[in-house]
Design a protein around this ligand. Structure first.
Ligand code: B12
Length: 229
């Protein structure tokens, strides 16, 4: 059973790699830099290392370009364009990894304030932030303000993400923020959830998101603002 699963995951990884490799090769042959970048971003998101991207995507594409050129099927100009795109893509790859490394030290705490049991969005956020290179401390559902503030003082997160789904959830989130600011004043906040109103937006040091897909950008903004202070 276990061997099957390992084989399946190996096969699906290979299939993904082949798909990305083909997309990248087709892109450089068309001279389409944007599509080449998309393929490399897919590879980064699939968790491929820099060495794997170099050895299994970029190098084979250029070998294939070389063969087509030798056979007279593409011109020397086509070959030059494919090579130039690959060199620019290497810089993109380095930059993407630098951004992830730069986030590496920063901790983000996730919690649902007192009375709030809905945590699926927080789970999604945890995964997105980890992928983006943040450290994540998940405190979970229904956390009283005082306990959350004490936990913030202990874990020292740069940013705290709170969710508010239920009516009254916004009040609880604001009470939690107030208590945390007393005990761990350097934290910034990202709030989300359908229980929020424009009241939360008006607060300094607080970013409000409508969707989980906005969270990495919002956390980046809070961290950058704190770095400037
Ligand atoms: C699953 C669920 C539960 C589960 C939660 C389990 C868990 N571990 O999370 C349980 C069974 C515990 C539960 C309990 C209750 N629930 Co309930 N629940 C739901 C349900 C079906 C799905 C919630 C969910 O996970 N959605 C998916 C997530 C991803 O979406 P989301 O939370 O809306 O978040 C989105 C955005 O708001 C944003 N977001 C949210 N938070 C954050 C935070 C940050 C930082 C960011 C960046 C973004 C962000 O991102 C998401 C999308 O991108 C909803 C139905 C619905 N319409 O949502 C009802 C719902 C939320 N529940 C409801 C109710 C009434 C209850 C109960 C009162 C039921 C009861 N009588 O006991 C209790 C209250 C519990 C409490 N005090 O919190 C109502 C709320 C209505 C309201 N606002 O007045 C809903 C809408 C159902 C309904 N149509 O009546 N529930």
């Amino acid at each position: 059973m276990r061997d099957h699963r390992e084989n399946d995951s190996h096969d699906s990884r290979e299939a993904r790699l082949t798909g990305i490799g083909r997309a990248y090769t087709a892109a450089v042959l068309r001279g389409d830099e944007v599509a080449a970048e998309v393929a490399i971003r897919d590879a980064l998101q699939a968790g491929l290392s820099e060495a794997e991207i170099d050895d299994e995507i970029i190098a084979p594409a250029l070998w294939f370009v070389g063969e087509l050129w030798e056979r007279g099927e593409i011109s020397v100009a086509d070959e030059h364009i494919a090579t130039e795109i690959s060199i620019r893509v290497l810089a993109l790859e380095r930059e993407a990894r630098r951004v992830v490394r730069a986030r590496g030290g920063a901790q983000v705490m996730l919690a649902a304030p007192a009375g709030e049991q809905h945590v699926v969005a927080l789970r999604m956020i945890g995964s997105l932030l980890r992928d983006a290179g943040y450290g994540v401390v998940m405190v979970g559902a229904d956390v009283p303000a005082n306990a959350l503030a004490a936990s913030a003082r202990r874990h020292k997160p740069e940013v705290i993400c709170l969710t508010a789904t239920m009516p009254g959830g916004e009040d609880q989130a604001l009470i939690a923020i107030h208590e945390i600011q007393r005990q761990w004043p350097s934290a910034g906040f990202v709030l989300g959830g359908r229980g929020l109103s424009s009241r939360s937006r008006a607060r300094p040091g607080v970013e409000v998101c409508r969707r989980v897909s906005e969270v990495v950008e919002a956390v980046d903004a809070v961290v950058q603002r704190a770095d400037l202070n």
